[in-house]
Design a protein around this ligand. Structure first.
Ligand code: SF4
Ligand code: SF4
Length: 453
C-alpha cells in the first residue's frame, strides 16, 4: 500500500483567532472571549475546555468562519490526537465492521428473508468495468427496504461492501483520521480493480469523502467520476425518466445532515427541489441549512464516558424532534441514510408522532411504488434499540481499543452472526407495548441521571 502524507484541512495561516466559529456554534454558543481562548488552545494543542467534549461534529463552524480557515478540521485533528492516546471507547465496536458484535453482524438475526436475499446479492456481486455501481453503504444496509424493491435500482448495480466503511465518512466525523486514510487506499484499490468509470453513493457524505477528503486531506486520488444520487434523482425527475404518477400532498420539514454543509451548502436545495416535485410543501425548522442541528449521532464523537454515549446521542436527537414538531409538519424528511436509523430510534424512545421518511421513499411513493410504511421502520427501530442496549451491556466487559483491521477476513467472521441469546430475549420483550413504554421511561430516567452527573 502506498504511504501518502495526510494533510490537515485546517488553514492555520488564515485563522485570525476571532472566535466567531465557537461563538456562533449552535451547540456551544461560547461567549466571544471564551471562544477566542478555545480556538487558541486547540491550535496550540493545549487543553480544550468545551469543544472536544461537547462538539456535535455538525460542521457549521466552517460556514461561520469569515476566513475560510476550516475550524471543523482542527477539531478532527485534535480528536485524532486523543484517539492515539486513549483509543476508541468500547461501545464504538458497534460501528466497526471488523470487530465482533458490530451492528451489521447483530442485525443479521433480525433481517427478513427478502432483506437477506437483497443483501447477499449486493455483497457478492463483483462489478464489471461497464457497470455503474451504486454503493448501498453501511447505513442504507440497515434498512434495505427503503430501496430494495424499487425500480430505481434498475439503473445501477447495487454494491454493498460494509468494510468500505462508507469511504470513512463516519470515522472522519469522529476524528479517526489515520484510519480514514487507510480506508481511502482500500477503496481506491477496490474501484481500480473493478475498473469502473462511474461510482454513485447513496449518501452525499460519501460522495464528498471520495471527491474532496480523500484527495485533499488523505493524499489519495480516485480516477472515477462520482455521481451524487440525489442530484441524479432530481435530474431524472426533470427529464421525465423517473415518472411521478402521484403528488404527495404533505407538509414536511427537512433535516439537513452535518455533511450537507460540507460544500458550502451545495446539497441543501437538491432534496428540497425533489420534495417539491413530489408535491410536498416545506415548513422549515428554526435551525436549518447552515445552522442545522445534528440528528444526534455527532454527540458520540465528543465522548468522555463510554456509558453516556448513547444517552448523549438521544439527548441531542431530541432537540431535532422538538424543532421538527414545532413546525407542525406531518413528516420529517432526511436525505441521509445515516441519520434515518437514529431518528427512528429516537422517535420510538420519545414516543413522537411525527412521521419520518427518507427522501427516496417520498420519490417512490410519488412513482406509485408501495411501501410497508411505517411498520418496516418501527420494527427496525426496535431492532436497533435492542442492538444498542445489548452493545451497551457488552461494552461494560470490553476495554478501549484501536481499529487495527479495516478489511473483512476471508470467512467474513465479523459479519457472520452468532447465537446472541441475550439479544434475542431483549428484542422479544420489546414486542410488547407495555415493555416498550417501560423501556422508554427507564431510558429517559437513566438519561437524566447521567446528565445530572
Ligand atoms: S462542528 Fe458544530 S458543534 Fe462542533 S464546534 Fe463546529 S459548529 Fe459547533
Ligand atoms: S477558525 Fe475562523 S472563525 Fe474560528 S477563530 Fe479562526 S478565523 Fe475566526
Amino acid at each position: 500500500m502506498n504511504k501518502t502524507r495526510r494533510m490537515s484541512g485546517f488553514k492555520e495561516n488564515l485563522c485570525n483567532l476571532c472566535g466567531e466559529c465557537f461563538h456562533l456554534c449552535p451547540v456551544l454558543q461560547l461567549p466571544i472571549e471564551e471562544a477566542k481562548k478555545e480556538i487558541k488552545n486547540l491550535i496550540e494543542g493545549e487543553e480544550s475546555q468545551y469543544v472536544l467534549s461537547n462538539c456535535n461534529t455538525c460542521l457549521s463552524c466552517n460556514l461561520y468562519c469569515p476566513q475560510n480557515a476550516n475550524p471543523y478540521q482542527l477539531i478532527l485533528e485534535r480528536w485524532n490526537d486523543l484517539y492515539k492516546k486513549r483509543a476508541a471507547p468500547p461501545l464504538y465496536r458497534f460501528v466497526c465492521p471488523t470487530k465482533q458484535s458490530n451492528i451489521w453482524q447483530l442485525l443479521n438475526i433480525f433481517l427478513s428473508n427478502q432483506e437477506r436475499r437483497w443483501i447477499y446479492n449486493w455483497m457478492h456481486y463483483i462489478p464489471e468495468a461497464d457497470d455503474t455501481p451504486l454503493l448501498i453503504g453501511n447505513y442504507t444496509h440497515l434498512f434495505p427496504f427503503i430501496i430494495g424493491e424499487s425500480k430505481l435500482l434498475d439503473n445501477f448495480k447495487p454494491i454493498d461492501r460494509i468494510d468500505q466503511w462508507e469511504g470513512g465518512a463516519y470515522l472522519y466525523q469522529g476524528g479517526y483520521l489515520d484510519v480514514v486514510q487507510r480506508i481511502a487506499h482500500r477503496t481506491k484499490k477496490d474501484f481500480d480493480n473493478w475498473g469502473v468509470k462511474n461510482v454513485v453513493a447513496c449518501l452525499d457524505a460519501v460522495e464528498y469523502i471520495f471527491k474532496e477528503v480523500h484527495p485533499k486531506e488523505m493524499g489519495v486520488n480516485h480516477t472515477q467520476n462520482f455521481i451524487n444520487f440525489n442530484q441524479w434523482l432530481l435530474d431524472n425527475i426533470d427529464s421525465g425518466e423517473i415518472k411521478l404518477k402521484n403528488q404527495i400532498n404533505m407538509t414536511v420539514t427537512v433535516h439537513d445532515n452535518c455533511y450537507s454543509k460540507a460544500l458550502g451548502g451545495a446539497y441543501w436545495e437538491v432534496s428540497r427541489e425533489i420534495l417539491k416535485r413530489c408535491g410536498c410543501q416545506i415548513s422549515e425548522m428554526k435551525h436549518n441549512r447552515k445552522d442545522s442541528l445534528c440528528c444526534g449521532f455527532g454527540a458520540g464523537a465528543s465522548w468522555t464516558k463510554n456509558i453516556s454515549i448513547i444517552f448523549d446521542i438521544i439527548s441531542e436527537g431530541m432537540k431535532k424532534f422538538k424543532e421538527a414538531e414545532e413546525t407542525n409538519a406531518k413528516a420529517l424528511i432526511s436525505y441521509c441514510g445515516g441519520c434515518i436509523y437514529l431518528l427512528w430510534a429516537t422517535r420510538e424512545l420519545i414516543r413522537s408522532k411525527i412521521d419520518i421518511f427518507h427522501v427516496i421513499e417520498i420519490v417512490r411513493m410519488a412513482m406509485g411504488e408501495k411501501l410497508n410504511y411505517p411498520e418496516d421502520h418501527i420494527t427496525r427501530a426496535w431492532d436497533i434499540i435492542a442492538i444498542m442496549t445489548y452493545s451497551l451491556i457488552l461494552s461494560f466487559f470490553n476495554k478501549n481499543f484501536y481499529i487495527d483491521e479495516i478489511t473483512y477476513n476471508k470467512d467474513l467472521s465479523t459479519f457472520t452472526p452468532k447465537k446472541y441469546r441475550l439479544l434475542k430475549i431483549i428484542r422479544y420483550t420489546m414486542d410488547f407495548p407495555l415493555i416498550k413504554s417501560l423501556f422508554a421511561k427507564g431510558f429517559h430516567l437513566l438519561r437524566k441521571i447521567l446528565k445530572s452527573k
